[in-house]
Ligand binder design. Sequence first.
Ligand code: BMP
Length: 249
Amino acid sequence: EEKRLSYEAKLDICDHSVAQKLLQIAIEKKSNLIVSADVTSTQELLELAEKVGPHIVALKTHIDILMDFDSDETILPLKDLATKYNFLLMEDRKFADIGNTQELQFSYGTYKISQWADLVTAQVIAGYESLDCFRNVGVVAIIGMSSNGTLTDANYREEATKIALSHPNVFGGVSQNKIPNELLLFTPGINLADAGDGKGQQYNTPEHAFTQLETDFIIVGRGIYRSDDAEKSALSYKIAGWNAYEGSL
Ligand code: BMP
């Protein structure tokens, strides 16, 4: 049975440069919170980033849901906020195609993700080589999903974990189950008020994620951006996440 490691201990075993940055930010800001900025306008995105920036290690985007995406108007100010508040940009693209197509989706088209994202999520369904194209970013592999009825059963997760562990571009995984210590664990489906969203999402508490799953980072969307005061609720989740982390050591 593996023991839960501190962020300091993980710095020694997680070599990927993006893993190192995330762990250093976590230690510095005493935060393991990633806010999922699932808003549909640039103004909402930037306002949210300004409010939650001081409390997060990364801002997770679904850049393709913006109605008004523009590299100059969206990405430049977002990058400035990331620098100002010291957080990374995580594009939750969940790539899920053959390597050649992913390479095109990563660097071309409207969003040119490779030009600004520090880390991206990718399915591993297309196999090991499909991940070769993600150079200069860190990849977080989707190992298990939070939604009711997901096909990521124990066998799938085991095979996905093998790919994640062996591929040099991958430094972490998204899952609702434990994964090996050599990978950083990211856990979405976190909400202090709700158990689900009526659309298949299933929620757990930060306490569950750290104690039961030994997660490294919690990902919170609606719990923060839908609340009356996003700044205040980001701070609450940050404190809840940090207390749960310290309690799990
Ligand atoms: P919310 O906290 O509002 O439910 O948002 C969760 C976020 O995490 C969404 O952006 C979703 O795409 C993402 N996510 C998830 O909920 N479950 C997973 O298994 C993987 C995800 O990336």
